[in-house]
Design a protein around this ligand. Structure first.
Ligand code: COA
Length: 329
């Protein structure tokens, strides 16, 4: 037991819906059937051109704070998990802090790709446990649509935009964050890469743009599928082992929403009913760090999650990064 409580959650999805049929209309050589069968995705959301990551994060934060019954002034740490920050410097968390008018808080970003929300929860847990912070806002926000090559049918079909948030503090009665576990493997950084924009390719040049270095790159998507399945399974088992429970005791799995086929494999491998997976990827696609945060919020708000339910959030992403959070609601 950590003694850390989730006081509130929130999420935000841009209004603009981009269906598989819209992608075909945009000239992509694909079909709704191919995308749906291989990924489970029917549509995704795309942020308005004038909206940035901190704007989406702002909307999710306001909703999480409202559920928590707190104001931005009550927060002393803001962590934003993102791989699509508004700017390289300052952090998306800084821009968000200004929009929330929460200048008393300390703010920083976390780069852990699709695992970012659980990395944020883990950091919040440490800050609260040590007494360094009292109330922490963890936000996962992504505008993936700006990183995509819309002519690359093997990647652009997968991703979407959105944000999720959670407010954490000390507490013991319910909604408890029981544990978090994190892992990384930097030797596999090439597998899922956004190569442009860092010190390797700055200043941005015509050449780097022509080479497509500013697009999200997934080398060996098939391979990444298998590695992801393995790490999701390890992460779920690790969470259960650490909390001295059986995997079948877990009521809900709210994973990083990568691909529905992955969760079919995982359900079979772990002998758990597929219905225990709470999935939003049919409607939203893969929103990197924000996927599981948004899904958690939706599962809470539509009353799928009941008091005392055990919720496991297994995550996997570029880096490589993976891990889990276990919550007793
Ligand atoms: N529409 C139609 N055909 C497509 C297509 C699309 N959108 N994308 C790829 N294809 C084609 C390929 O060109 C290939 O054609 P070929 O056999 O003539 O060369 C064929 O479909 C099979 O491609 P492949 O890449 O082997 O398909 P796949 O079954 O592996 O599915 C993914 C591709 C991306 C859907 C799948 O690998 C996947 O979801 N991977 C997981 C990636 C992921 O989520 N990682 C974790 C991120 S956090």
């Amino acid at each position: 037991m950590s003694g850390i409580k989730i006081l509130g959650t929130g999420s935000y999805l841009p209004e603009k819906v981009l269906t598989n049929f819209d992608l075909i209309e945009m000239g992509l050589d694909t079909s709704d059937e191919w995308i749906y069968q291989r990924t489970g995705i029917k549509e995704r959301r795309v942020a308005e051109p004038d909206k940035v990551t901190s704007d989406l994060g702002y909307e999710a934060s306001v909703r999480a704070l409202e559920m928590a019954g707190l104001s931005p002034k009550d927060i002393d740490l803001i962590i934003v998990a993102t791989i699509t920050p508004d700017t390289c410097c300052p952090s998306a968390a800084n821009w968000l802090q200004a929009k929330l008018d929460a200048l008393q808080a300390v703010t920083f970003d976390v780069t852990a790709a699709c695992s970012g929300f659980v990395f944020g929860l883990n950091i919040a847990e440490q800050y609260i446990k040590t007494g360094a912070s009292e109330r922490v806002l963890v936000v996962a926000s992504e505008v993936m649509s700006r990183t995509l090559n819309w002519k690359d049918r093997s990647t652009c079909i997968l991703w979407g935009d959105g944000a999720g948030a959670a407010v954490l503090s000390m507490g013991d009665d319910s909604h408890e964050l029981l544990s978090t576990h994190l892992h990384t493997d930097g030797s596999r950084g090439q597998d899922l890469l956004l190569p442009g924009g860092g010190s390797k390719t700055t200043p941005i040049s015509h050449e780097s743009v022509d080479k497509g270095l500013h697009y999200l790159n997934m080398i060996g998507a098939n391979f990444s599928f298998k590695v992801a399945v393995r790490h999701f399974i390890e992460s779920i088992r690790e969470a259960a082992r650490h909390n001295d429970i059986d995997v079948e005791d877990i009521d809900w799995f709210i994973p990083h929403q990568a691909n529905v086929r992955m969760f079919q494999f995982i359900a079979e491998a772990l002998k758990i009913p597929f219905e225990k997976f709470y999935l939003t990827l049919e409607r939203y696609g893969n929103i990197s760090s924000a996927s599981c945060a948004i899904s958690l919020d939706e599962a809470i708000r539509d009353n799928s999650i009941k008091p005392d339910d055990l919720i496991c959030i297994p995550v996997f992403g570029g880096g490589l990064t993976w891990g889990s959070a276990l919550i007793r609601w």
